[in-house]
Every structure is written in C-alpha cells, then in structure tokens.
Ligand binder design. Structure first.
Ligand code: PHE
Ligand code: NA
Length: 436
C-alpha cells in the first residue's frame, strides 16, 4: 500500500497550525501566564518561540520528510544505531501521556459547550467546575472527545485530518477575532490588556530563572514540538515545499492566534470578573463561566467561545493520535482502522486515570509533559545536527529558495549545539526549581 500524502500545501499548513493552535493557546497559556506574572511571561515565551521554536520545527520537518516515516521509523531508518531506534519509542509514550490528559480537558470543553447552551453553570460557575472536573462523568466526556478524535483520524491523512482542519482553522480565526473585538469593548477590558501587554521588567529580572523553564515548556507545547507530531505531519510532504517557509508560517500563525486568545481571555476576565483568578487548570473555566453568566447574551457568547475551544482542541488531539497510529501502520503494517481502534482502547484507560485523579492529572499536564517535550526536542535537534549533518542541510534546501537556503548551515549549528545546550540548561534549572 502506498503511503498517503497531503493534497495541497495549504492543507499541510492548516493541519500543522491546527495541531499547534489548541488548548495550549486557549487554556494552558492563560493558566501559565496568570501564574507567572502576565506580560513578563509573554515576553520570555515569545523569545523562546522565535529562537527555539522555528529551528526546532525545522529539525522535525527535515527528519520527517527525509524518512517518510513515523518518529520511531524515522530515527531507526536514518541511523544505524540501536540506541536511536530505542529512543524513538519515547515518542509513543509522549503521545499517550499527551492525549491522556488532553482528552480529559477536551471532555470538559464539550461539557461546557452543552452547559453554555442550557445555562447550566450560570447559577454557580465555581461550584459547577468543581462538580464536573474529575470523576466518572469527566471520564465519560473524555471518552466522547476521544471518540470524535478517532473518527477523524480513522478517515486518513487527506480525507480525515486535512479536510477537517481546512474547515476548522478558518472558523476558529474568524470567531476568535469576533470575540476579541467584542471583548476589548467591555468596560474594564483595558486592565486585562495591560496585564497581558505591559511587562514588569523588575519582576522579570527577579524571577527570570523561574519563568524561563515554564515559558520554554509552554513554547514547545504550543508549537506541538518535541512530541513527533510535526515530524509525522512532515512525513506526508513532497519535496517541492520549502520547509523554512512553511515552518515560519506555522510559527507566526500560531503566535498570532495565541496572542489573539489572550486578547479574548484577559479583557473578559478583568472586565467581568475583576481578576484572572487564582490560576490552576480551572481558572479559565471558572473565570470565563462567571463572565458569561453575568452577560445579557451570555449563553450565546459562551457557546461560541467554548465551541471555538472545542474545535481548536480537536484539531490538536487528532495530531496526537496520528503519532502512534502512523507508528503501527508504518512499522507493523496494521491497517489504519485497526490501529486507531486499538489505541482508543489504550487511551480510554489512561485518560480515565487522569479524569479520576486530579493529582495524576496535574502532574501529567504540567511537569511530565514539559520534561518529555524538552527531552524529545533535544533528541530531534541532536539527531538532525549529528546524525544527519550535511544531509539535514540538503533536505532543508530542497524546495527552499535562494534566500532561505542561506540559513541552512547556521541552522544546523544552532540545532546541533546551541539550542540543545539552552534547552538542557533550562530543563535543569526547572528541575532544580521544582525540587526547591
Ligand atoms: N500544540 C497543542 C496545543 O497547543 C498541543 C500539542 C502538543 C499537540 C504536542 C501535539 C503535540 O494545544
Ligand atoms: Na488545534
């Protein structure tokens, strides 16, 4: 059977942006930003996106397109070392960890879409979140979200992922712009924008080494880096595309939507709730639900908002599921439907653990994910820099114009040396911070 590929270049870009834009922008970003000092955090995060994000994306793209395989197959087919092929299996674990907590949050979102329509959380937004966040019902909604994800992945790269994201991404952007325009006109919205956009440099300096690891983790998470998603998506690419141009477009679009999401969330929080809340995974749900509850057209606005979040979450969860699906299809010749169904069985269990146990959920959704993504990206960068070497530059140059081609060699040095050193340093300082 021949391997699938994307129908169009735009299709690939939208699928990759769909993977990038998700709960990371709409839920984890406000959560991390409010816990780490607002605008100062945004600044560090933007710096990491630029300096690590784009070169990191390129590393995954180069490895993916060159091999035409999933992460495990890519690392084993492009090197003769058993160690790299063993390392490739980490990405199967990462995908499982990611989707396990992600589909629990996806389940919360689906529930909030419904609850916005009926107004179920209007009487007591805080109490509502506490009542539905963990437990059997949360596990049920997680299964629903997982099921929808699987239905898209089941249809394949072109008919499933590409055709779904082609519709979802424009809808997300249009609706977010509408919400942002409405949000900034609310009384008191200015304070939210100030919180998001004017950094407190003194605080930044004092807390830089606490902020850096969290900002770096968030930058990787939001760009879907270090998981093998971008590698897998690039493995369905032909050689006529400029990886540098596509990678830059994807990072820019994701950052645009990320900041746009902040422009929606923070003004609404400040205008209608008066603060960003106490942080934590529930902040967005409780804060926005109270905001919507206090509005004349709250049910409508709430439905649109959580609907957008649901679309963004789905276009990301399909990219997580695609990693192990492509692994089983490429490496073991399993059919796509069988692979998808089997993995749904695994995720049904692992996700339910996160849905039932808040302690596991918190640990998985922040610390463990940050560690896996950082370690994973360091692996890809070193692989591109040291195993592929000049071949990585040659792959980078395929389809790239004269301008982009100039950056091939500097990129290789950054990928092989500077960025891994930076990420390892960040990782260790984060670990030191976490241990007290
Ligand atoms: N980038 C996605 C988001 O922001 C999350 C993600 C991480 C998706 C890693 C795939 C791989 O929601
Ligand atoms: Na998404």
């Amino acid at each position: 059977m021949t391997r699938e590929s994307w129908q169009t270049r735009l299709g690939f870009i939208l699928a990759a942006v769909g993977s990038a834009v998700g709960l990371g922008n709409l839920w984890r970003f406000p959560w991390m930003t409010s816990e780490n000092g607002g605008a100062a955090f945004l600044l560090v995060y933007l710096g990491v996106v630029l300096l690590v994000g784009v070169p990191g994306l390129l590393a995954e793209f180069v490895i993916g397109r060159r091999s035409g395989r999933n992460p495990v197959g890519a690392l084993s087919s492009l090197s003769d070392s058993k160690a790299w092929s063993a390392f490739g299996h980490v990405f199967v674990v990462t995908a499982i960890v990611l989707l396990s907590f992600y589909s629990v949050v996806g389940g919360w979102i689906l529930r909030y879409v419904g609850a916005s329509v009926t107004g179920a959380y209007f009487a007591n937004p805080g109490g509502y979140f506490d009542a539905v966040n963990y437990g059997l019902e949360a596990a049920g909604f997680h299964l629903l979200f997982l099921g929808i994800t699987a239905l898209i992945v089941l249809r394949g790269v072109k008919r499933g992922i590409e055709s779904a994201t082609k519709v979802m991404m424009p809808a997300i952007v249009v609706l977010l712009v509408a919400l942002a325009v409405w949000g900034v006109t609310l009384d008191g919205a200015g304070e939210g924008l100030t919180f998001l956009l004017s950094p407190d440099f003194a605080a930044l300096e004092a807390n830089f080494f606490d902020i850096l690891p969290v900002a770096a983790g968030q930058a990787l998470f939001t760009l879907s880096l270090g998981a093998g998603t971008m590698l897998t998506y690039a493995s369905y690419l032909g050689e006529d595309r400029s990886l540098a141009a596509d990678g830059t477009a994807i990072a820019v679009l994701n950052t645009f939507v990320g900041v746009l999401a902040g422009v929606v969330v923070f003004p609404i929080m400040f205008a209608l709730v008066g603060e960003v809340g106490d942080g934590g995974p529930g902040a967005l749900f409780v804060g926005l639900a109270s905001a919507f509850a206090s509005l004349p057209y709250g049910q409508l606005v709430g439905t649109v908002f959580f609907g957008v979040v649901a679309l963004a979450a789905l276009s990301s969860s399909i990219s997580m599921l695609e990693i192990p699906v492509s692994f089983l299809v490429d490496e073991y010749g399993v059919s796509r439907p069988t692979a998808t169904a089997g993995l749904v069985g695994v995720f049904a269990v692992t996700g339910s653990v996160c849905a039932l146990d808040p302690g596991v959920f918190d640990l998985v959704a922040s610390t463990i994910v940050d560690l896996l993504l950082t370690g994973g990206l360091v692996g890809f960068l070193l692989f591109a820099g040291w195993v592929l070497g000049r071949d990585a530059v040659a792959e980078y140059e395929l389809g790239a114009g004269a301008f982009a081609s100039r950056f091939g060699t500097p990129w290789l040095y950054a990928a092989g040396v500077f960025i891994p050193v930076f990420l390892i340093f960040t990782f260790v300082s984060g670990l030191a911070g976490a241990l007290g």
